[in-house]
Design a protein around this ligand. Structure first.
Ligand code: AMP
Ligand code: MG
Length: 337
């Protein structure tokens, strides 16, 4: 009798100890979505379940927010339809409009007519005539999202959320993974890297910033619980018959692809949506205006490379940055407030 009770107790203890210290594992997944190569890596108890959830979320967001998919929610809004929005899309549209106001229109969700005219939505690239660009600029309607009786529509123009959707997706991934008990994850959505917590060994994540000229890394920043989001013409561009390089970020002020001496700009911040929209906007603003904008606003750091090879690094990230020997960078300057 005692033997049986003892055996049962032993079995129970074994069971408790097994579930009590279920092993954490590190797993990652890579796939193509949102026009880019994506890698997500997590450390937690059921890593595969967390990764399956994460991949499904990215694919669902792409289906809603893409402008290249003709039946996405955004494409339907652009076609003049009225839609009942889910909470995530409502949040994305609100954040996009807030970032337009915050950057004085350099980040412009209404830029779609120009992105389309230059061929960036289809890959059929072309250089519009100046008259056409002027007419297309009139089709850029800022702050054009309206909601009436629970239905959302555009008051005019069209929208393109390509400059913020990946950052918002990164925020949703880190929030959802945290809720699923993940305390260490690295999310790489093309040039958008978002770190949840620290590496499994407790040290900071080391995130490489790519040279705009090749696949090499020009510097490495160490972060915990932050994102490093980079914009540059090199991500998508075409060379015109005139030999000029035309990149995919378009100035809402000129209607032309930005070409202002900035080669790439990375924003380091806690919120992905903000950092994503800001990296696009600061690229539009140009070297001096971007550095002035940083001096006038709190809550983010910058790593900005000029065409001439100067790497500007703001003071908040200066001690966490390591330069790699790289031909893209001729000199490194710390920027202070
Ligand atoms: P990113 O790689 O985050 O800088 O975003 C670039 C993408 O944002 C482009 O491919 C366009 O879809 C879109 N875009 C281009 N110019 C602008 C702009 N001035 N404001 C907002 N989005 C833009
Ligand atoms: Mg962006």
């Amino acid at each position: 009798m005692y033997k049986r009770v003892f055996a049962a107790l032993l079995a129970l203890m074994l069971c408790v100890s097994l579930t009590g210290c279920a092993k954490k594992e590190t797993k990652s997944v890579s796939f193509f979505a949102m026009d880019t190569y994506i890698t997500i890596s997590v450390t937690c108890e059921d890593a595969q379940a967390a990764l399956d959830w994460a991949q499904a979320l990215v694919e669902a967001n792409e289906k809603k927010w893409s402008t290249t998919l003709s039946d996405s929610l955004v494409s339907r809004l652009n076609a003049g339809e009225k839609e009942a929005l889910d909470a995530d899309t409502a949040r994305l549209l609100r954040r996009a409009e807030e970032m337009r106001a915050y950057t004085d229109g350099a980040f412009e969700p209404g830029i779609y007519p120009l992105v389309k005219a230059w061929g960036f939505t289809t890959g059929e690239y072309r250089v519009p005539l100046d008259g056409e660009t002027a007419e297309l600029l009139r089709q850029v309607v800022p702050d054009n999202v309206r909601t009436e009786n629970g239905e959302t529509f555009l008051s005019g123009g069209m929208i393109d959320l390509g400059g913020i959707a990946k950052g918002m997706t990164g925020d949703m991934l880190t929030e959802g993974l945290k809720q699923r008990g993940v305390d260490s994850a690295l999310i790489n959505l093309g040039g958008n890297v978002q770190a949840l917590g620290a590496k499994p060994d407790g040290s900071a994540w080391r995130i490489g910033i790519q040279s705009p000229y090749d696949d090499s890394v020009m510097c490495v920043v160490s972060v915990k619980n932050k994102c490093v989001i980079t914009s540059g013409a090199y991500e998508r561009y075409f060379v015109g018959e005139d030999g000029q390089v035309y990149g995919h970020i378009i100035s809402p002020f000129t209607g032309r692809p930005v070409s202002n001496g900035v080669a790439s700009v990375s924003v380091i911040a806690e919120e992905g949506a903000m950092a994503d929209a800001l990296s696009t906007a600061l690229f539009v603003m140009g070297e001096q205006a971007a550095l002035d904008f940083w001096r006038a606003h709190e809550g983010f750091d910058l790593v900005l490379l000029t065409d001439g090879g100067t790497l500007y690094v703001t003071e908040g990230i200066w001690n966490d940055l390591t330069k790699r020997s790289n031909g893209a960078v001729k000199q490194v300057c710390e920027i202070k407030r």
